[in-house]
Write a protein that binds this ligand. Structure first.
Ligand SMILES: [Zn+2]
Length: 50
């Protein structure tokens, strides 16, 4: 699985949890890594809509 923003690989921990988050964009869940999550914070949804 790759981060939608930086295209780096997102690690998956036990129980299939990703090191990051999923953001809903236009009804679709897209994966974002924890670095981008930290970097963009509340702006995440705005950045992904581009
Ligand atoms: Zn990322």
């Amino acid at each position: 699985m790759k981060c939608t923003l930086c295209k780096r690989k997102i690690e998956i921990s036990f129980l299939n949890k990703i090191k990051g988050t999923y953001v809903k964009v236009k009804g679709k869940l897209v994966p974002v890594c924890s670095d981008c999550q930290k970097r963009y914070g509340d702006e995440l949804k705005n950045v992904l809509k581009v």
